[in-house]
Write a new protein. Structure first.
Length: 520
């Protein structure tokens, strides 16, 4: 097997090529981007290749044709005349500090002013940027290329600080406004971010900005198709298969289940997350790499605030307008979950002109639920706690439903008073079961009714019915009368029926339950 070099965390195109790392060729999109117009915007999730795409464009516009030898762009009819390139990366900065945004923009402006000169002593950032664009044009005699990476990071990172959010918003609005006023000096501008905000008016003056985020032509511009994965990393997949002691197809299936599934336009390809795949191939482990980099807290908190039952996140419907423009203060977090990569297009229903959204893969689903559970329940990550995941998992996988329910009942007693409601109880039970690695189905629609939660392991099936301020007997009677276990009649696994009632009575608040075993 040939030895591959995995560009983990590398976002500079020239370094990847010159140092012999594997590069998945996306240069064929360069002429397509140029044909779209002068001002382009692309939204994609974090760690999905946006920065590398900007770096590839930077090398092209600088005339570095030597870097593209053997790549698609090298054989295309392109203008390789160098242009001055101004690139601003807003990703790596602490914007919680009062002058964080000013600091990073000032740094970029100073660096470029040393190259192209500063025509006057303008004080404002907006005026200096305007002057810089003109200076670069006049010094080189060529129109300027402007590349802006993660434009929305200064907003997303301070969304809880209304005053600082407003300050950053106004600064960015005046900064980006120069793209329109200096149009005659600009050859091309490309802006990337996680989300396009409809209510912060950053781009309100830039009405000629072309959003290609859900344009079918650019569906695969970031992320990898399965063909790209196999063509570029076959030997890496083979090494992973050898480590896992399984064949190539089984390992590919595992990678697909964990990292594939992103779809940004109805006619696009299902895409793999490059960051996760590279880490999996390099470490020879299939683990949740992407979600470990952090889920925005405001997303998980809004899910709870909406009263959404966690499994109902899957299957949400949105219009195209909702998917492409969101506001940080929107009560509905689902569109932002799409733009940040926690949900993806599952299908487009043409008759009603709506998109159905679902988790793209197992990594994202498990990762999001892991971050969602602490919003509902007290922490369970202490290995010595009676509420740690391993103990709940042992209960389910070894057929100990009474231990599981006792543990759950005790855990629920620690909830704040305002959280003692049915939606919270059901959410905690569902999240615990999923995170224990079971196959968990909520509200399965059977021939006599809809069960609350069904949990399955290799040896056991647990059928839950929940009531609220009612009775355990009624919960159990419903399971039996509606024959929820009927569809498992030929299944050899042991089945447990669990009827539960969440009692809100202050003198006897808590969880009551009854368990029946229907098969040895």
């Amino acid at each position: 097997m040939s030895e591959l070099r995995y560009p983990i965390g590398m976002q500079t195109f020239s370094n990847i090529v010159e140092e012999g790392y594997t590069y998945v060729d996306k240069s064929m999109y360069i002429p397509l981007l140029i044909k779209q117009g002068k001002f382009i915007f692309l939204s994609r999730p974090r760690r999905f290749g946006k920065s590398l795409m900007l770096s590839t464009l930077k090398s092209y516009f600088e005339g570095r044709r030597d870097l593209f030898k053997g790549l698609a762009a090298d054989s295309m009819d392109l203008d390789w005349t160098p242009s001055p390139v101004l690139r601003f990366d807003f990703n790596a900065e602490d914007y919680s500090q009062e002058e964080g945004l000013n600091h990073i923009i000032n740094g970029y402006l100073r660096d470029y002013e040393e190259i192209y000169g500063r025509k006057s002593e303008e004080d404002t950032i907006s005026q200096r940027f305007k002057s810089l664009i003109k200076a670069a044009y006049e010094k080189t005699g060529r129109k300027v290329v402007i590349l802006i990476d993660e434009y929305d990071k200064p907003l997303l990172s301070v969304e809880k600080n209304e005053r600082l959010f407003e300050k950053n918003q106004q600064l960015l609005k005046s900064f980006y406004g120069n793209l329109k006023t200096m149009d005659e000096y600009i050859r091309f501008a490309f802006i990337t971010g996680v989300a396009r905000f409809s209510k912060v008016s950053i781009f309100s003056d830039l009405n000629n900005l072309k959003d290609i985020s859900i344009d079918n032509t650019f569906a695969d511009i970031c992320g990898w198709t399965e063909k790209e994965l196999i063509d570029n990393f076959r030997s890496g997949i083979e090494s992973l298969a050898e480590e896992r002691k399984e064949d190539f197809e089984s390992t590919l299936l595992a990678l697909r289940d964990y990292y594939d599934g992103y779809l940004f336009t109805p006619k696009g390809s299902r895409l793999y997350n490059p960051f996760s795949v590279l880490n999996a191939l390099d470490s020879k482990e299939i683990d949740p790499f992407w979600f470990a980099t952090g889920t925005p807290t405001f997303l998980v908190k809004r899910i709870k605030a909406m009263g959404t039952f966690p499994p109902d996140i899957n299957g949400k419907m949105c219009s195209k307008k909702e998917l492409t423009a969101v506001g940080l203060n929107d009560s509905n977090p689902i569109p932002l979950m799409f733009q940040t990569g926690y949900l993806t297009i599952w299908r487009y229903i043409r008759e009603i002109d709506l998109y159905e959204l679902r988790f793209p893969n197992r990594e994202v689903e498990i990762g999001f639920y892991t971050d969602l559970l602490p919003v509902y329940a007290p922490p369970t990550d202490n290995p010595y706690s009676p509420f740690s995941f391993p103990l709940f998992k042992i209960d389910l996988f070894e057929g100990r439903p009474d231990d599981f329910m006792q543990r759950l009942a005790t855990l629920l007693k620690d909830l704040p008073g305002e959280d003692h409601r049915e939606s919270t109880y059901r959410a905690i039970t569902y999240l615990l079961a999923v995170l224990c690695g079971t196959k968990t189905i909520a509200e399965h629609n059977g021939y006599k009714g809809r069960s609350d939660i069904e949990v399955a392991t290799s040896s056991y099936i647990y059928l839950f019915e929940f009531k609220y301020n009612n009775s355990v007997s009624e919960a159990m009677e419903q399971i039996q009368s509606r024959d929820y276990a009927g569809r498992f009649a030929l299944d050899p696994r042991t089945i447990y029926l669990i009827g539960a009632n969440f009692n809100e009575n202050k003198e006897n608040r808590g969880l009551e339950y009854k368990i029946e075993r229907v098969r040895n």
